[in-house]
Design a protein around this ligand. Structure first.
Ligand code: R5P
Length: 292
């Protein structure tokens, strides 16, 4: 087996190759042609072997690189291609909200699966997207990775910033054996939200260590508002944790100003990366039959 790390996921790809028993790891050569088109090349032959291509699709450029890498490993002789997309971009446009809009998530699925025998991703925005795949598709969760980290820290209560995150926070609460609750969220626009605290809290928040858990932090609007609201309940500390840390513009600094701690997994390179999903992805690859 060969693990190939695209430019958006080099460090995670290397961790996955270690988890799989130090299988050969490569990062491709990449350059631009004079007209701006992308060129990639993977070193070595993969005749009859399994190849694992790891690349988050945070940008359109990352997506183009992924498509080229899928073909490159096939040209290098790979028999089966396992495509790992730790952060699956465009996943939030999972339906046509207004007439004339595309279902962007489904469009990406159609393209990335062309060169793949199986696709593995992490905490997709909606399970519906997983169902759009015609090839075997698997979803890892960022919860075990964050739980491994939180086990080492003081946690009294877990908070979801919206009802959409209830399953996630409930699962974490079960692992850590702690109470949880969800805030009510009303989105004002793409950067602003209005949050309210429910009346029937499972415990008094006074003096507690609270952790707000989200799947993705993008502009930081949700987490900043949630942290402010929780702090007003006189908690001792409030930590924010997410699977995918996009941290657009000054999101990182704005969150650090209101939260005691900020943790994300390594599905995207960012300064809050503290927990790795590599063991969870490696396990799914083994279960899916990828052979070292
Ligand atoms: C929403 O459904 C997601 O779970 C996140 O809460 C949201 O995408 C975070 O975005 P932002 O950081 O821009 O508030």
């Amino acid at each position: 087996m060969h693990v190939v790390g695209g430019s958006a996921s080099t460090a995670l790809a290397e961790r996955i190759s270690r988890e799989l028993g130090n299988v050969p790891f490569a990062f491709p050569f990449m350059k631009r042609f004079p007209d701006g088109e992308m060129y990639v090349r993977v070193g070595g032959r993969m005749e009859g072997e399994d190849a694992v291509v790891v690349q988050s699709t945070r940008s359109d450029e990352n997506l183009m690189e992924l498509l080229l890498l899928e073909d490159a490993v096939r040209e290098a002789g790979a028999k089966r291609v396992f495509v790992v997309i730790p952060y699956f971009g465009y996943a939030r446009q999972d339906r046509s909200f207004f007439p004339g809009e595309p279902v962007s998530a489904r469009t990406l699925v159609r393209h990335v699966e062309i060169g793949a025998d199986a696709v593995i991703t992490v905490d997709l925005h909606s399970h519906q997207t997983l169902e759009s795949f015609t090839k075997p598709a698997f979803e890892a969760s960022g919860i075990p990775a964050i739980a491994r980290l939180l086990r080492e820290r003081n946690v009294d209560v877990l908070v979801s910033p919206d009802r959409g995150g209830v399953d996630r926070v409930r699962r974490m609460a079960e692992i850590l054996d702690r109470p949880w609750f969800a805030l009510e969220k009303k989105r004002i626009d793409s950067e602003h939200v209005e949050l309210t605290i429910p009346n029937n809290l499972p415990i008094s928040l006074d003096g507690t260590h609270a952790v707000i858990l989200d799947d993705v932090i993008s502009t930081g609007g949700t987490i900043v508002e949630a942290a402010r609201l929780i702090r007003r309940q006189h908690v001792s500390t409030v930590v924010a944790a997410c699977t995918h840390g996009l941290f657009l513009r000054d999101a990182f600094e704005r969150i650090k100003a209101v939260a005691t701690g900020l943790y994300s997994t390594d599905t995207l390179d960012n300064p809050a990366e503290k927990a790795s999903v590599a063991p969870d992805i490696a396990q799914i690859l083994r279960d899916a039959g990828a052979r070292a």
